[in-house]
Ligand binder design. Sequence first.
Ligand SMILES: [Ca+2]
Ligand SMILES: [Ca+2]
Length: 497
Amino acid sequence: MCHPEETIFQMRTYKYLFLLLAALIPALSLPAQTIRLARTDADTARDHFVTATYMFGVDVVLDNVSRVNGVAFELRHNMAGSVRFSGWEPRDFPSRNTIVIDQLDTAGGIEVLNVGILNGNNSNQPGSDNPVAIHLDFVVAPDALHNSNLVFTFVNAQAVIGGDSSRIVTLSAASPNYNVHGFVNVWPGDTDNNGVVDTRDVSHIGLYVGLGSAESLIRGFKRQQPSALWMEQPALAWDSTAITYADADGNGTVTARDMLVVLANFGKTRPEAAPILTGGGADPYPMSVALGQQEKIFSQDLERIPIRIRSARNTIGVSGRISFSSEDIVVHAIEPGELFAQQPVFLWYGDCSGGSTEFALGTTNRSEIAADGIAAYLLVERRSGADPATVAISELTGIGSDSHLFPLELLSSVAESYTAEEVRILENSASLQITSFVSEELTLSFASLLGEEILPPARVTPGSTIEFPFSEFPAGAYFLSVRGAGRHLLHPFRIAR
Ligand SMILES: [Ca+2]
Ligand SMILES: [Ca+2]
């Protein structure tokens, strides 16, 4: 039996529910209409921070807003003392209808940009969907405080909607903020920035070696007056602040040379007056790099190529780069030479498989040694039947116990090696034949594994060939040194009988 009043009541209830849902559903399903900043000067790895002395740019982007004929907003930030608006460019709206007024409240540390943009349409004409309203550029002053937080705030952000239902909508916005990379104080050698130079600082360099260079993803900055002296040295924070401290010598790259600085300043502690500044939070570039092992390898098949150094100054260590021009040389290890025989020694070298490696070697008690003799040996395997292999040693550096870095010379001040096309070395079971295709005169010398010269030096004039019969040598392993104007080539060879 049907009850008419109950039915009418139910119908009304359903109707109200239906109307309520109809009103709610669009509101629930519509995404928020927003305005935001999008960095244009940096990729996603760097868009969360800004760097002192550098400019950065943002696009002002509207999301989920259709038919936009105009945009207006105030954009404020909290670091007027060190961050300043420097200019704007039009994006999806014409520049003639754009107004930007820059107001400074220096006492309050606030900079306010008042921005109004119209596209010139009549209100019944629909504008553009999700437009980029404008581009804004800012500069960060050199004195911007490291690790401070630059916060932008949108105030009264509105969009003018055109078309059939023209109106003004309020845009919601988050508060974009950027960490500021400013200058930090580096104490050379304290690469983990904990106030003392110890073995952990070596590991820290091993972790970051190679970073900061042109090929690396991490941007590094050279210090203005780089030195290894144990004093506070201002350095612009790198893309990763933690890595800034690993650049002990301040040249803008983490290399084996930085390990020398650790050796020179080993055991030193920061004065009480210099508080330890903590870095900018978690390291955004965690990575693991295996430290080279010092291995003693004894094998008949390995040849030892000495690295000789010479300098008028005494040194507590040596660092450098070794490049192998050919794949027929495999470097298995580096070991300390006679110069370091009487000392407790630290030795580090990188992965040798990539055609070149760096090494650092020095005394762990900061005692100086005379820089004249064999600093280290390369233990190499030479694959038979291959073209002549060459080894070039460059960037050789020494450091005194006073923390002054200086270049080491002689054998090692060689930037480049000769190529196989420039100096042809033919080796057979009875002799070694060297032909020069370069324009300068070359000096040839032969040395034993201990670096002792076993023949007087010989000269090769341009275009000529010289041959050394093996009958002049006892059986054993040797290396030929070819030296010319600023370049050098080492060729190991073995005489078996
Ligand atoms: Ca340390
Ligand atoms: Ca460095």
